[in-house]
Design a protein around this ligand. Structure first.
Ligand SMILES: [Zn+2]
Length: 379
């Protein structure tokens, strides 16, 4: 994820925090030391409030991390690669390289997060029982952590996608119907309505004078927008899966040699062919790809003297094969924020897949209601 700070590595997973977390950490420390703790424990010193507040906020952070690690470790154990976990404003995000292939795997992955939070709540509550002085900062901190982990578990178990509970709901529907898109649509619709309900409840509380309601409304807004985004993403992924790169690519593109000048490329290729990128080849071997983006970085007065080899992208050269699934191409395009990938057949250039071609394909199959050829899920 962008805008995040790398903290450490656990079990080969990069752990990072999104920059918003720093802000939330300060806000939370302030709310705990000025609101929560003074209300429950009026006899502490001012510095005690701040220190306990800061420590409790950090331990909440650790609790969220354990919740996310539980998801990630189960995913890894089931063979789904996890590269990183980013902790951000409302919790965490595990970056899975793939989605689960089977409902059972999704169910197991989703349920362990809330289970981990509940276990933590139990541990903090158990420790609280061992503390003699119930008015001490330690007792206050343990009380807060037991409470907040219970809330985390309960909130995440709400059955709206993409919350954990929504994933559980989706996996059950998926198991029943065998249709991932349909299951996602239902679970995401529940997620959207649940988000609206939280917004309404939050605003009602806020108008009643409880400003914490604004926070609830914000969470509701976040839930409903991510429900929509996840649904679109899953629908797209499902529509593209089983469609091969060769069905959509621009085949046999013209290529240019590395010593062509930039101005020749612009007038002979980009302007004449209305293309935005061209493979650079020598003796049938692909050396790189030159695109409009590369040209824009070069001042115009240097176009006539600069060979394409100086501006082309050669490393890392993102490539797919004609037999690859379109999702592979789309993932490369979105992950690296590029507009096209090269299609290589062995070392020979077979074509280019543009972002626009994939979007057009999606648009067309949606407008005409075309179904792709059914293919078994187990490959
Ligand atoms: Zn979770």
């Amino acid at each position: 994820m962008k805008h995040s700070l790398r903290l450490m590595k656990i079990a080969d997973i990069d752990i990072g925090v999104h920059y918003t977390w720093v802000f939330i950490f300060m806000l939370l420390t302030w709310a705990l030391s000025q609101g929560f703790f003074p209300q429950l424990y009026p006899d502490w010193e001012t510095t005690t409030y701040w220190i306990t507040g800061g420590a409790a906020a950090l331990l909440l952070f650790a609790s969220v991390l354990i919740h996310e690690l539980a998801h990630s470790l189960v995913a890894k154990a089931r063979g789904i690669p996890v590269t990183s976990i980013t902790l951000f404003i409302l919790g965490g995000v595990s970056n899975l390289e793939e989605e689960p292939e089977k409902p059972r795997v999704e169910l197991a992955m989703a349920i362990v997060g809330p289970l981990a939070s509940l276990t933590l709540a139990g541990i903090f509550w158990g420790l609280l029982q061992l503390v003699q002085d119930t008015q001490s900062p330690l007792a206050g901190m343990l009380t807060y952590l037991a409470l907040v982990n219970t809330i985390l578990a309960a909130f995440n178990l709400l059955p709206g996608f993409p919350l954990d509970g929504g994933r559980v709901l989706r996996s059950i529907l998926w198991q029943k119907t065998g249709d991932l898109v349909k299951a996602t649509n239902i679970a995401a619709t529940v997620g959207r309505y649940m988000g609206w309900a939280l917004i309404a409840l939050g605003l009602l509380l806020a108008f009643g004078g409880n400003l914490g309601g604004l926070w609830l409304a914000f969470i509701g807004w976040f839930l409903s927008t991510s429900a929509d985004a996840s649904r679109r993403q899953v629908t797209m992924r499902e529509q593209l899966s089983g469609v091969l790169v060769k069905e959509v690519m621009a085949a046999n593109p013209i290529s240019i040699s590395p010593d062509t000048t930039v101005s020749e490329m612009v007038s002979n290729v980009f302007r004449r062919q209305l293309s935005r990128a061209v493979p650079v080849c020598q003796d049938e071997r692909v050396l790189g790809i030159a695109s409009v983006t590369d040209v824009k970085e070069l001042p115009r007065e240097k176009w006539t003297e600069t060979p394409v080899s100086e501006i082309m992208t050669s490393e890392p050269l993102h490539r797919v094969s004609p037999e690859d699934d379109l999702n592979t191409a789309m993932k490369l395009i979105t992950d690296h924020d590029i507009n096209q990938v090269l299609v290589l057949d062995g070392s020979k250039c077979a074509g280019l897949v543009h972002r626009a071609d994939i979007l057009n394909y999606l648009q067309l199959s949606q407008e005409l209601g075309l179904q792709k050829n059914p293919r078994p899920r187990d490959r």
